[in-house]
Design a protein around this ligand. Structure first.
Ligand code: FMN
Length: 158
């Protein structure tokens, strides 16, 4: 596989209450493991913030709360990108939401806007509730785009 870059250090940092975003995280993790042997998954409460700047890529997974809001437990991560040196870290953000709400996956949009400024944002992905088989190719593409961006920053020919 042309994109295999085993030394890339990737974190998937997520939160999930009823399991939808956790299900999405597992699929993202499966695809990321095609590209690197160093893909670490953290529930946001256990993320080692002191290591934030050591990752080549950070992928964020979040549900949406309130009226299109970021869950409170994700706010420390959100602010960390504003306060640490993260501009060179490649990021992706995925989320699950419910299309019944006017602001579908609003937390993904909130993270996207911040990450666009404070990181090297590669991709976003919104999933309706629990991931379905029909979503599979979008997960595959999401992981591919994130890793392509890491590789292009590192100057690896693919
Ligand atoms: C009180 C409440 C508010 C919500 N607000 C939104 C919203 O504004 N936009 C949206 O897309 N989904 C909203 N949702 C739906 C959740 O984001 C969705 O069910 C999500 O998949 C839950 O993720 P989890 O299973 O990982 O906890 C809301 C759910 C609840 C219970």
């Amino acid at each position: 596989m042309g994109l295999m870059s085993y030394s890339m250090k990737v974190a998937i940092v997520y939160t999930s209450i009823t399991g939808n975003t956790e299900g999405a995280m597992e699929i993202v993790n499966d695809y990321m493991k095609r590209y690197t042997q160093q893909c670490y998954v953290y529930q946001v409460e256990y993320f080692p913030f002191y290591q934030l700047e050591s990752f080549d890529a950070i992928i964020i997974g979040t549900y949406t709360w309130g009226s299109g809001d970021i869950p409170h437990e994700m706010m420390r991560l959100y602010h960390a990108f504003e306060n640490y040196k993260t501009k060179d870290i490649v990021t992706g953000v995925f989320g699950t939401g419910d299309e019944c709400y006017p602001n579908f996956c609003g937390a993904v949009d909130e993270f996207r806007d911040m990450l666009y400024v404070h990181s090297t944002l590669a991709a976003t992905l919104k999933i309706e509730l629990l991931p379905q088989r029909i979503d599979e190719h979008r997960f595959e593409r999401f992981a591919q785009v994130v890793m392509e961006r890491v590789n292009s920053k590192k100057g690896i020919t693919v």
